[in-house]
Design a protein around this ligand. Structure first.
Ligand code: NI
Length: 164
């Protein structure tokens, strides 16, 4: 495994629509492992392939540090409710802003073995699912921010925030 370089907002690769994955390959398995490592290193809860420069519909999420989820070709099939809260992104370090997302989402996707999975997410997981799937269509959360972005100060004891 290896850390990958995270693309920063303004990089055109973050504005592209990603392609569907047709088959899993050793190279894609390595990409997924690297994405997890890169996400954990950045203390994020999610990371999408375009953030490491790969235009494929792959995202990884782990909201607790113990629930790694690999999503290939994910699609939101249900949403319910609403939540407004701070959101950040590893592609815009040190910033966050208020974004309204569904409180509950259901996503259908393939896992790293190309098996169908169905993920139900509430609260932070619902937010992360929406955020990462937006990345696969070239969208970043700043497009949805209500009000101004604000600076996030990271301290060792501070909660990590919600970066994806
Ligand atoms: Ni993000």
């Amino acid at each position: 495994m290896a850390l990958r370089t995270i693309r920063i907002a303004g990089d055109p690769v973050l504005e592209k629509t990603c392609r569907e994955v047709k088959e899993i390959t050793p190279r894609l398995r390595e990409l997924i492992a690297d994405m997890f490592e890169t996400m954990y290193e950045g203390s994020g809860v999610g990371l999408a392939a375009p953030q490491v420069g790969v235009l494929k519909r792959i995202a990884v999420i782990d909201c607790t540090g113990e629930d790694p989820i690999t999503l290939i070709n994910p699609v939101i099939v249900e949403t319910d409710g609403e939540q407004t809260g701070d959101e950040g992104c590893l592609s815009l370090p040190g910033k966050a802003g208020q974004v309204t997302r569904p409180m509950h989402v259901v996503v259908e996707a393939l896992d790293e073995n190309m098996e169908k999975i169905r993920i139900e997410g509430e609260e932070l997981l619902a937010r992360a699912l929406c955020h990462e799937i937006d990345h696969l269509d070239g969208h970043m959360y700043m497009e949805k921010v209500e009000g101004e972005l604000h600076d996030v100060v990271y301290e060792e004891e501070a909660e990590e925030g919600e970066e994806g």
